[in-house]
Design a protein around this ligand. Structure first.
Ligand SMILES: O=c1ccn([C@@H]2O[C@H](COP(=O)(O)O)[C@@H](O)[C@H]2O)c(=O)[nH]1
Length: 235
């Protein structure tokens, strides 16, 4: 069974483990490469995924000053990946510079630019963490919405949000703004460090374009069975 809405993260320490996971789950069409694997292997994993006709979400969550982030976005766009992340809290100048940089980088490399999407608020942050640790004086849903609108007004293609905020963001940002949801947990899976989760079916019903689901699949005793159960629930 395949489902193009589900992105599976390759959160593993090295190339051999990544290839083993891709081989174990040939049904998965969209893989996410994040900080751990990219730091350990560099772009080699991207070439391997492309040679297997997989779609790629390069989730490096850039957060720096505009000049530095623009350089990183230009370089990333040259890899021909499908999705790329930056934090909304980089600010408007940085978001605008990043949006322009992916176009320039892709054009220079002769590839399609990735969809640039902004992290609104990490799904591991609770309302309590936001208020008491980060001292943000806005209600969590309002903060996530403002971060999504900042990204949209800066010319980005979409946002990463928890499934708990997706319906509100969909209503405010419109149908063409990509909404990608990590923090998705089937009822039978452990939440781990995810603090604002919903089930796969609930996340899709709420308006998510893509679900990022990792450990419930990759750490399951039988990853293929876990994948099948989730695909069934979503369809
Ligand atoms: O707010 C965010 C942004 C990114 N992620 C990433 O998604 C996956 C989730 O993996 P699970 O194993 O399903 O928890 C992971 O790679 C994170 O880096 C996120 O969780 N929240």
């Amino acid at each position: 069974m395949t489902n193009d809405k589900i992105i599976v993260p390759l959160d593993v320490p090295d190339l051999a483990s990544a290839i083993a996971l891709v081989d174990k789950l040939p049904q998965v069409t969209f893989w996410k490469v994040g900080l751990e694997l990219f730091t350990s292997t560099g772009p080699q994993i991207l070439e391997i995924l492309k040679s297997r006709q997989k779609r790629i979400f390069l989730d490096l969550k850039f957060h720096d000053i505009p000049n530095t982030v623009a350089g990183a976005c230009r370089a990333s766009a040259g890899y021909g990946v499908d999705l790329l992340t930056i934090h909304s809290t980089c600010g408007i100048d940085c978001l605008k510079a990043a949006a322009e940089a992916v176009q320039v980088g892709a054009e220079k490399a002769g590839t399609q630019p990735p969809k640039l999407i902004a992290i609104t608020l990490l799904t591991s942050i609770s309302a309590r963490d936001l208020a008491f640790d980060l001292k943000i004086p806005l209600e969590l849903p309002e903060f996530a919405l403002q971060m999504a609108l900042l990204a949209q007004n800066s010319g980005l293609d979409g946002a990463v949000c928890s499934p708990q905020e997706v319906s509100q963001l969909r209503e405010s940002c419109g149908k063409d703004f990509l909404l990608v949801c990590p923090g998705v947990r089937p009822s039978w899976a452990e939440k781990g460090d995810q603090k604002r989760s919903l089930t796969p079916a609930q996340a899709v019903q709420a308006g998510a374009d893509f679900l990022v689901i990792g450990r419930p699949i990759t750490a399951a005793p039988d990853p293929v069975l876990a994948w099948e159960r989730i695909c069934e629930e979503v369809s």
